[in-house]
Design a protein around this ligand. Structure first.
Ligand SMILES: [Fe+2]
Length: 291
């Protein structure tokens, strides 16, 4: 059980097996200055600048009225999610990291804004509390990919709780339901139903280690790592991008993180689609229940 963050830097590609063995034992991998990641950052900056209407969107909360900022940020997020160049470049990034694309399923290509002022915050733009993604997906072979679009600082980035890797944390994963969330959102967009299962007793944020990497870098870590947004009080917006992947090979060879506290009964293979064909992972998964 690593008590300290096992942060490993990579300057060249590595195969899926080596990556999986490192990540599913708790390591956080940082691929440094990936050529395609620089291209992706340029592409995401162009979209963000155009949609937010500022050359430096990190200043948005102090220049724009909060309602206008929220509206423009929502538009940027939607465009990124559907943009052909973003998809093409994300695929190139994974290839340059050594990922076998033929086996990769992903959920979405996301642009995330983390404002510091309360007025700009929404369900999708806020400090995320400590959680494991696997509490929601119940797929323990899930890998998270995260990268800054503009430079980040220790008080305006993602944080990981290394001491809680493989340590059970009381949570509501057994009760949380994605179907219920969708149902509630349909009736009331401001429902308080959580977007993801949460901790019952959140750990102290002092246990979270902030990760500061540079635009052009991308980090990969297990979806089973407990992580959060470092509370942003900087006066600047954090702009980052992320996706989640599952390799069919990892499922086939049972390479995954240990499940120490996820009580979910449903595995959401249907959240993931093949990065080239668009086929659902639910059709490929061996065993497991899907929805
Ligand atoms: Fe997460």
């Amino acid at each position: 059980m690593p008590k300290r963050l096992d942060l490993r830097y990579r300057t060249s590609a590595e195969n899926d097996s080596d990556r999986a063995n490192a990540i599913f034992s708790g390591a956080v991998l940082v691929y440094r200055s990936v050529p395609a990641m620089h291209e992706l950052v340029d592409c995401l900056r162009e979209i963000t600048q155009r949609e937010v209407g500022l050359s430096d969107p990190c200043l948005a909360e102090s220049i724009l009225k909060s309602e206008e900022f929220r509206h423009r940020a929502s538009s940027a997020r939607q465009i990124v999610r559907e943009h052909g160049d973003v998809a093409r470049l994300y695929k190139k990034v994974l290839l340059e990291a050594g990922v076998d694309i033929s086996a990769v399923f992903y959920d979405h290509f996301k642009l995330r804004f983390q404002p510091s002022d309360d007025a700009s915050k929404t369900r999708y733009m806020r400090d995320l509390p400590a959680h494991r993604d696997t509490w929601g997906s119940n797929i323990h072979a899930q890998i998270n990919w995260w990268a800054p679009v503009w430079p980040v600082t220790a008080d305006r980035t993602i944080g990981i709780f290394p001491a809680l890797w493989n340590v059970p944390v009381p949570n509501v994963s057994a009760q949380w339901s994605y179907r219920e969330l969708m149902h509630r959102l349909k009736g009331d967009k401001s429902t308080r139903y959580p977007m993801l299962p949460q901790c019952l007793a959140p750990p102290s944020l002092s246990e979270a280690e902030p990760i500061v990497i540079h635009p052009g870098d991308i980090m990969a870590f297990s979806g089973a790592h407990l992580h959060c947004s470092m509370p942003n009080q900087s006066g600047l917006v954090r702009v980052s991008t992320e996706t989640r992947t599952v390799s069919a090979h990892d499922l086939l060879y049972s390479r995954s993180a240990k499940n120490v506290d996820c009580g979910a009964s449903v595995s959401h293979f249907d959240w993931f689609h093949h990065i080239e064909t668009g086929d659902s992972l639910a059709h490929h998964a061996l065993g497991g229940q899907t929805t």
